[in-house]
Design a protein. Sequence first.
Length: 268
Amino acid sequence: MTTPSPDAPILFFDSGLGGLTVLGPTRALLPTAPIVYAADYAGLPYGKKSDEELAARVPALLGRLVERYQPRLAVIACNTASTIALPHVRAALDLPIVGTVPAIKPAAERTKTGVIGVLGTEATVRQPYVDDLSARFAAGKTVLRHGSPGLVTAAEAKLHGQSVDPDAVRNAIAGLRDQPGGDAIDVIVLACTHFPLLQEELQAVVGPHVALIDGAAGIARRIAHLTEGQPWPAEARPGIAAFTHSDVHPLPPLAALAPYGIGRIETI
């Protein structure tokens, strides 16, 4: 592979703003990396879409983004898109692709009760991929799953400066705890990149004895490893946030994105 230009960005892709939770720790490791953050607002929410639709939509859209921004690496910062479309994207694009998978392995290593909760979108929690992760890394453990589209909406609302619906948070946790054995959950995997945006609200409901974990730090380390030795700009520059056009979802305020190093918003 040829050495990329220092200006070649890392492309982060998600249905909405959840991938910011992956961008944050990546910027901490690679502070001067050029960033393009792309959100498919025209397709949000992904958790409500069929596997077939996402398997076609995500590679096509990423192909357009790669052509436009010429990234050195693309990150699918979305559990739903990764569990469904990652093989299709890798087959279609000739550049390194980093996916996002539920952090079931570290959850299995951490649990004391042997009961793990997996909170994701409806599309993610039904995937055979999650079955495989549970079988490989949580054998002998109880893995309970719940799909919560309401948390995606709540996370988006929070970054738009709106109040978080407390019922959405309580209902999501109840969806896990009300299952047989759910009262013994001591670790919950946040298997949607939107959900760590609600870390404070979720922790308040589950209490201090339940750990909430996600895979963002591990993904950031993977990105740093894959780009090790590559040239970067000497100083950080404001990144770009690119959104597909939606009549339903208004663009977020730039002030909400600025803490993640974003300095400009555009539509694609």
